[in-house]
Every structure is written in structure tokens, then in C-alpha cells.
Ligand binder design. Structure first.
Ligand SMILES: [Zn+2]
Length: 225
């Protein structure tokens, strides 16, 4: 956060674009703030003088106007980029379609998925923002469970219909959660390792780290194929 106050002070915000969980705040003077919330990050907008939702110690960035405090809590990715418009757009174009877009571009999602490493487990591939933007670790597990797809199956063995079944299953659940500020009401298997599968009741939920980032995947070995 080298000299951020000096670099941003007094600059007007030109535009704000969300793409999945990526947020781009463009300031005048070719400065763009890029944030990604992963699991625990959050933005909050508060009227001046009002209490924030999270502790000030957890604030990574506070943008203050006469009326509002705009606060970024808990990162974990926050970067200030000074780059040309062209480079910025190519960066955005590198992202897959937004799972929360009003109309999901399913064809683009499938195209991206087919360009990915075919040996990669589908659960891991769903987390890759270049395939589809916005699916986090919770929804990866929940989506594969809803669609009854084994998250360890390589992408090459997943049909287009199966891949779409996953995203179509979680889209409404994610939209519902987004409308409640990210609160998830009806978790089915995420973080439920060792408990009985709520669907088939024939096995216990298993958990294991997956992919290069070793993000924990939860699944039922009996009813997810
Ligand atoms: Zn099951």
C-alpha cells in the first residue's frame, strides 16, 4: 500500500465494474483499484459517523467522502494498478463469464472449460476465474453435490450437460445468497465432513484438499458420480 493515500487523495471515481467477485474501481488519472474477496473479504458503505459492520482493525482500505466511508475489510487481494485502458480490458477479458450475470454466457463458460487442462478435476476447474468468474470454495462443493457430479472427475470426462448442470444448480442459490449480503442459508455439505450425506444417507461426507491451492473439497462418494 505504498503511498496509496497520496496517490488516491482527491481523485474522482470514474467507474466501478464488478466481474464475479472481482471489483474494479477506476479513478481518474489512470489508476484502477482491483479487489477480490475470496472467502472472507467484504466491502461496506456507511454513512459518515455510523458504526462499521466489522472492526476497524480489519479494514484494509477506507475511502472517505464527506457523506460516506467506503471500507474494504479483510482483503485478501487488493491492488492498485496504474495501467493503460487497453491492458486493463485484456485483463478483464481473461476472466470467464460472471456466474451472477443476469444472463449467464453458458457457451463461453464451456469454451473456456474445454481450453483448460483436461486432466484437472472439475471441482478445481470451477474455481478458476478464467473458466467462470465468481464461484468460491463453498459453491464449488455445493454445486457438484447438487448436480451429483464427483468433483474429482477430470474435466475431459465431464459432458457439456454435466458442466452446465453444476452452474445452473448453484446460480439461483448464489443469487439468493448475494441478495442477503452473502449470507448462505442452506448449506448442504460444505464443512460437513464426517456427517451423513443429506441426500442418499448411504455414506459420510468426505473432505480433501484439491488442486494447486489445496482448497478443501467436500463430496459424497456414494451419490456423486
Ligand atoms: Zn450421498
Amino acid at each position: 500500500m505504498d503511498r496509496w493515500p497520496e496517490r488516491l487523495s482527491g481523485r474522482a471515481v470514474r467507474s466501478v465494474d464488478a466481474h464475479g467477485k472481482h471489483l474494479f474501481v477506476r479513478f481518474e488519472g489512470d489508476l484502477t483499484l482491483h479487489s477480490h474477496l475470496r472467502m472472507h473479504g467484504a466491502w461496506g458503505v456507511y454513512e459518515s459517523g455510523r458504526r462499521w459492520q466489522r472492526s476497524p482493525r480489519r479494514a484494509w482500505l477506507v475511502i472517505r467522502t464527506p457523506e460516506h466511508d467506503v471500507v474494504q475489510f479483510d482483503g485478501p487481494l487488493l491492488e492498485l494498478m496504474a495501467e493503460s485502458r487497453t491492458r486493463f480490458d485484456s485483463r478483464l477479458a481473461a476472466l470467464g463469464p460472471d456466474i451472477l450475470a443476469e444472463q449467464l454466457d453458458e457457451q463461453r463458460f464451456l469454451t473456456r472449460l474445454r481450453e483448460d487442462d483436461p486432466t484437472r478435476g472439475v471441482g478445481d476447474a470451477l474455481l478458476d476465474q478464467r473458466n467462470i468468474a465468481g464461484i468460491g470454495n463453498v459453491w464449488k462443493s455445493e454445486g457438484c453435490f447438487d448436480a451429483q457430479i464427483d468433483p474429482w472427475r477430470p474435466v475431459a470426462e465431464i459432458s457439456d450437460d454435466e458442466a452446465l448442470r453444476v452452474v445452473r444448480a448453484i446460480r439461483p442459490r448464489m443469487q439468493e445468497s448475494a441478495s442477503r449480503g452473502g449470507h448462505i442459508r442452506d448449506i448442504r455439505i460444505y464443512d460437513r465432513a464426517g456427517r451423513q450425506c443429506p441426500r442418499c444417507k448411504a455414506s459420510r461426507i468426505r473432505a480433501r484438499g484439491q488442486g494447486d491451492d489445496n482448497r478443501t473439497t467436500f463430496w459424497c462418494p456414494a451419490c456423486q458420480r
